[in-house]
Design a protein around this ligand. Structure first.
Ligand code: HEC
Ligand code: HEC
Length: 255
């Protein structure tokens, strides 16, 4: 109900240009359209991208233009969604989508990503040296931690910083730390990849996938810590962290 009413209001405001196979935004910098776009965004997108579009469970959208996207590309992403993710496709009329594009662009920090501190090339070297042992990144690396090849498209700068300084603060399912103790006292540590009443599968710290029957183990110890070391400022100075996060922000994979 609320949705229908809002669409009607938005359509009234947006009545002006007829939009057919448009590639430039007909509402670019149009104040009425930006207001309508803001209402539509609050209703349909804010739950994931945040009311200010700066990211929540979906990514920060206010940095896209600074990173070189175009109105047309953002339009197409909203129209088609992102397959394999929770980002839905949209059947909204073109003019409503263009209005949302105009709104998000209007609140975008045009130079955000370019102004962000850090040197992405140095960041890439640091990541190769200190992270790819455990993380697959754009072409190579390990599997103990999640693949980072698209991490820039799905995490904000702030959440990346937190993941590196305090990895235990939020641990993804599939990466929980576990230690298996055998009857002879051997300990096998790794991330739990699967478990049922009788068996447990673990990717051990040498990155070998191993399965055990629970009846063959003395103990299964679950630990509320991450296998990723805490990169405190003593271990990773702020300057290095900035370079790394700046580089990770450029990793947007390709589908
Ligand atoms: C259910 C949660 C959800 C909703 C609702 C949602 N999104 Fe998304 N959106 C996401 C996620 C997650 C991604 C990242 C997908 C990926 O790349 O893996 C995303 C990606 C995007 C991107 C691409 C960002 C980039 O880096 O290129 C745009 C643009 C976007 N969303 C706009 C919108 C707009 C506008 C709406 C409302 C009409 C919306 N989204 C609704 C979750 C959502
Ligand atoms: C010893 C292995 C190891 C090393 C080295 C390591 N990580 Fe991790 N990382 C992990 C594991 C395991 C996880 C998943 C558990 C968690 O979220 O803490 C993880 C999680 C992450 C996440 C969260 C990913 C997501 O999808 O939310 C980021 C970001 C990350 N690591 C970045 C880095 C960076 C940058 C470095 C290098 C400075 C690094 N890691 C070094 C093992 C490692």
């Amino acid at each position: 109900m609320r949705h229908t009413l809002l669409s009607a209001v938005a359509l009234l405001v947006l009545a002006a240009p007829t939009v057919a196979q448009q590639t430039a935004n007909p509402y670019d910098s149009d104040p009425a359209a930006m207001r309508a776009g803001r209402a539509l965004f609050a209703n349909r997108c804010a739950e994931c991208h945040g009311a200010d579009a700066r990211g929540f469970s979906g990514p920060d959208l206010t940095v896209l233009w600074a990173e070189g996207t175009s109105d047309e590309r953002v339009f197409q992403t909203i129209r088609s969604g992102v397959s394999g993710s929770i980002m839905p496709s949209s059947t909204a009329p073109d003019n409503e989508i263009w209005a949302m594009v105009a709104y998000v662009k209007s609140i975008s920090t045009v130079a955000a990503a370019l102004d962000a501190p850090g040197d992405p090339e140095r960041g890439q070297e640091l990541v190769q040296a200190r992270c790819t042992r455990c993380h697959y990144v754009a072409g190579g690396g390990g599997y103990l931690g999640p693949d980072l090849s698209r991490i820039g498209a799905v995490r904000t700068r702030e959440s990346l910083m937190r993941s590196i300084r305090e990895p235990a603060a939020s641990i993804q399912p599939g990466y929980r730390t576990v230690t298996l103790v055998t009857p002879s006292g051997d300990r096998i540590r790794g991330v739990a990849k699967g478990e049922d009443a009788f068996s447990v599968q673990i990717l051990d710290t040498r990155q070998q996938l191993r399965g055990y029957m629970k009846s063959d183990l003395a103990e299964v110890v679950r630990e509320p810590v991450s296998l990723m070391p805490e990169f405190t400022s003593a271990r990773l100075p702020d300057e290095d962290l900035n370079d790394i996060v700046r580089y990770l922000g450029t990793l947007r994979g390709n589908r």
